[in-house]
Design a protein around this ligand. Structure first.
Ligand code: TYD
Ligand code: MG
Length: 463
């Protein structure tokens, strides 16, 4: 069959297509990102799933649209359920992104194995059946009782990368959930480009989306993340799917965070916390307990911050080490906290509070490999640095929440009540919050100290 071929040039960065090759993409201004892709026009028409009947939609009054808070598919994994907004929505398409080795395959295979009520088709384009089996055995080793075999019969593994073939299997099996590991390995016969290229990733996702919407089968896609933190392939992928979940964490630490970047069916303020164990990912119910690690001794430079991760209060230990610089230029290093912000806070301490830190090395570290972007952690960072600088320990019964401004003032933070409640729950006796925090209800067992400036806090702490 002589198919008519037409080629186009697609920017691998932003997905814009051009009729001819250019050195620079006119849209995103990146150089050398255009790659030729052949579009087979005849096949293109045939490739669309036949179930999609062209129906001309008519305008309809909003009151006449039946309210449909459709049933959700409950999952045994509470963290995943919550992050999705209360379970999986039928016909939805979710993208799970994350760096290699972070645990994406583990999370989804575990979901497949531990939800025996849900017939799952696990499509693996990256690993062989044996590799998937080995992982499954590991995950089953000490799975919570009640969620163990012999339900494996409901978890089917398929090593296939051609979308048309995958659709055939889905139609025959009628699973309740389809997992694709990963979207970068898929290819559709419609396009000639190689798997993983922008064109393929986008076209395969579009096919999967049409399929999910027409059949009502929820699909979860695994996507790789490039070095810059973007989901490899075009940005448009994120626009196409219903939910984008990011799986992140420090590979040297056991904690993993599951963060919704986009969710058409729920809030993006949720956060799931897991711990990677020898037998899979365990849900962490009380992360603050783990991250503040109550200790007997009281070293200087160790302070607990009351932060929020989305809607979830999270108490976390901040450690600082300040020492006299041995070489000319002092070193500043920070793990889990923005280095530029640390430099800014050091400048505030120097200029507004009169501490000589210019010739000091400053190292900062957050517990558990966590990264906190929230400015409310500032106050704890400042206290940790000053505590280490003076070599005086901060009382371990105190914790802190407050943003520090350029004049050394402490600025208000959001959701103070929740932070206070969490601190009280963990047995802290004092929490320092910004002055002017409106009518905080007294909470039993914890003293809420309102402070307006960094110097004031020091007065409270070091007398
Ligand atoms: P994996 O799910 O393969 O990551 P991804 O799919 O995101 O690339 O996870 C790989 C890492 O997880 C690997 O370094 C081993 C570790 N791991 C455990 O610690 N415990 C386990 O039970 C499993 C299955 C993996
Ligand atoms: Mg994987």
């Amino acid at each position: 069959m002589a198919a008519k071929l037409r080629s186009k040039f697609v920017c691998q960065n932003c997905g814009t297509s051009y009729a001819q090759w250019l050195g620079q993409c006119g849209q995103c201004k990146e150089w050398n990102t255009l790659v030729e892709e052949v579009v087979d026009r005849v096949e293109e028409k045939r490739g669309t799933p036949q179930r999609v009947k062209s129906r001309i939609p008519k305008p309809i009054a909003i009151d006449d649209i039946p309210a449909q808070d459709g049933p959700r598919i409950a999952l045994s994994d509470r963290e995943l359920s919550r992050v999705l907004g209360g379970g999986l929505v039928p016909g939805s398409i979710t993208l799970l992104g994350g760096e290699p080795g972070i645990g994406k395959s583990t999370l989804l295979l575990q979901t497949a194995l531990r939800n025996p009520q849900l017939k799952t088709l696990y499509v693996s384009g990256e690993e062989s059946e044996h590799q998937v089996k080995m992982r499954a055995e590991r995950l089953q080793a000490d799975a919570p009782t009640g969620l163990r075999r012999p339900q494996d019969a409901n978890c089917l593994v398929l090593t296939e990368t051609n979308t048309q073939n995958i659709f055939k299997h889905i139609e025959a099996l009628e699973p309740g959930l389809v997992v694709i590991d990963s979207v970068q390995t898929l290819h559709t016969a419609v396009l000639d480009a190689s798997p993983g290229s922008v064109g393929q990733v986008r076209e395969c996702t579009a096919e999967l989306m049409r399929f999910a919407k027409t059949t009502g089968v929820p699909i979860v896609l695994i996507g790789h993340i490039t070095k810059d933190g973007y989901i490899a392939g075009p940005k448009v992928l994120e626009h196409m799917v219903d939910c984008v979940l990011q799986f992140e964490g420090d590979r040297d630490h056991a904690f993993r965070l599951l963060r919704p970047l986009k969710n058409r069916f729920g809030s993006t303020n949720e956060l799931g916390i897991y711990e990677m164990r020898g037998s899979g990912l365990a849900e962490v119910d009380d992360p603050s307990q783990v991250l503040t690690g109550r200790r007997e001794d009281r070293p200087s430079g160790v302070v607990v911050a009351a932060t929020m991760e989305g809607m979830r209060p999270l108490l976390i230990e901040v450690q600082a080490l300040v020492s006299t610089a041995v070489y000319g230029t002092p070193q500043r290093s920070s793990t889990g906290f923005d280095l530029r912000r640390l430099n800014m806070l050091l400048a505030v301490m120097e200029k507004r509070c009169g501490f000589r830190l210019g010739q000091k090395d400053v190292f900062l570290n957050l517990a558990g490999g966590f990264r906190v972007e929230e400015p409310a952690i500032d106050l704890a960072v400042v206290c940790a640095v000053l505590s280490s600088n003076a070599d005086i320990a901060v009382p371990m019964d105190a914790c802190f929440a407050g943003e520090v401004g350029l004049t050394g003032e402490i600025r208000p933070v959001t959701r103070t009540e929740q932070r206070i409640a969490e601190a009280a729950k963990l047995g802290f006796a004092r929490i320092f919050v910004p002055k002017g925090t409106k009518a905080v209800e007294p909470v039993k067992g914890i003293d809420v100290v309102q402070v307006g400036r960094v110097d004031e806090v020091l007065g409270h702490l070091f007398g």
